[in-house]
Design a protein around this ligand. Sequence first.
Ligand code: GDL
Length: 726
Amino acid sequence: MFVRLKSWSRLIGDVVQGTAALKEEDNITLNMSKAEANVEKRRFISGVVEGFYGRPWTMDQRAELFKREQKWGLNSYLYAPKDDYKHRMYWRDLYSPQEAEQLIALISAARNHNVEFIYAISPGLDITFSNPKEVAALKRKFDQVKEFGCRSFSLLFDDIETEMCPSDKQAFTSFAHAQVAIANEVFQHLGQPEVFLFCPTDYCASFCTPNVPLSVYLQTVGEKLLQGIDILWTGPKVVSHKISVESIEEVSAVLKRPPVIWDNIHANDYDPQRLFLGPYKDRPTDLISKLRGVLTNPNCEFYPNFVAIHTLATWCKATPDEESDVEMREEDQDPCYSPQKALTLALTEWLQEFLNTDQTGGPQHPASRLRKDPSEEEPMQTDIGEAGYVPRPDENPLYTAEPLTLEDLKLLSDLFYLPYEHGPTARTMLQELDWLKKHSWAAAAQTEKTAEWCSRAQHFDKMCEAVVQMFNRLSNAPNRRILYDLYNYICDIKSGVGLARTYVKTLSGQGQPSAHVMNDDDPEPWGFRGGLSGEFQRMLPGHGNRDLFKHPPSTAVYCIRPFCPEDKDKVQSIFREMQRPEGDKAPLMMPQPLMSDILLDVETPPSPHCALVVEDEIAVCGYAFALMDAKPAAVKIQRELDVSVLKDFPSLLTVQVLPRVTDPSPAKRMISHLLSSLKNSGSAGVLCEARHSDKRMLDFYNKMGSFKPIQILGLPQDIIVLGAKL
Ligand code: GDL
């Protein structure tokens, strides 16, 4: 086997480079099945997935993308625009002759640029898996696209309801079985294409119950999906901050194949105020050998994706960086890829594109007015404006725009960096504003701190001015297509920065308190930034009004596992600690008991598969227990529960997590696992109790959404009972 693999890997190299060295190895090919041969000779898939919600890119933009992919060494494009009617909503409908013409041209443009065009369908909104007519409709649609010259396909089941219709429930053991059956059938119908991608419904770790290794859904997909089919995966989350090698090894073991990453790091379809112009980052290049490929699903706006795609291409080509000194390298620095260097490379090339006047789709730019290098200045009499107007010396000079610089683009990228991180300059600006605000008393009191305050205020002002200048130069850049894609964002940041600048001026005693900043009584409409959605978010406790600057994302790793007898002492100590009301350091006063307290006794252990603990890097830091039958617990503490309550909510659940765990997701995960265990064992609903004084737990259950307060007569004053239907 080893020898065969070795000779194949040599062959693979040749196939990838497009030379036909097949002859001497032909006998090997003949001895292998087509699928097996395909699996072995495949190249790393790299490129772009057009997979976001919103306005799809135009055919011209896609053709432009193929050119760029070829130039930068990327090899694939996955066609999956969520709001393209015939990709998702009306997936059964065949393409009209005009649409067919466009798709044929697109597929051939991809081929001309050596880009693999992968056509995807998302039938999950309304397909009935068990109906042969539906399967036939799917095959018909794929067949049509095959006739257009497409050779690679994909079936996507992301973002859909997981509840099957009654007829599918009868036909399939689970949702995973239904999806896999149809994927396998279509794959075979299409003649086992070399590239066939499947997107599962649980396409990231945070969607898996209870976790990746124990997810029954992923296990079924891994075991039953044919080996020639590859699986898309977005990492630990939908938009993953980091993707570690360990996390990929974990999921590959369950999927029984390395995944293709569908990377949402630059996707911005979930927030109309954000755009991502930072470098591809926080994915170690050691991943490359562990993956089948990477496709980035970037910003909805086509042109600003230059950095996202260029830096991904640099990452894919990663080689050890000879310039970086091994001794000096920071601990988590990748020896083969530097995001900063990749960014500079991308921005340098992007700058040329900004300056390019050779384009269609925008009004002609009066490029002659761009301020040139003084040495290149033309004689006065030839420097005339468009209308031929030449001002006299005592009149206003004609407007001359300064050319955009690399520094401008660096600043732009810093202001619109990455989903979990502002760029260095943006961070500094926020830090400075925060400091100036906190220390403004010193300036007011004229203490010795004033000198430092003034100098930092001046520096802040300069940074704000740089944003304004960047805005001016950008809005005068010749390439209007890029500008128009950026326009809303740069306007927004310019006015945000403007407000901060005026505020600091006011703090320093210069200038009048500005109407923009201070006038609360009669604001202009831009005083209500963020619209209705912003208003909703600001009303939510903690969740919606989070600032990246004040709450950088947690990087803690948690492990959720079944409770074992050795955990008993630790669990009891967490229980005792959590008996104290918030912030109360005083000796413990026995609070009102809760029904779930008895789960901590030896006599009433949790039901089977209903006891979990969570560990962080220090120790066990939380637990979640459940009892199938809540009655004994109610009897024990003399809680009188109505028969109807116990009928609707026969089970009992409790969760406790130490306050050092500020991330609510481990507790949520444990609860979802317990809820599905109880449901699988036939329970109709679950009860839990909390104390009114325990704001943290109440807030937590509230945000879970499924728990609602239940009216129960005669409850102790401090106690509230919540129920969730299963
Ligand atoms: C998703 C969607 C994707 C969307 C992205 C960011 C996948 C597999 N599906 O969950 O279409 O653009 O989030 O909002 O990522």
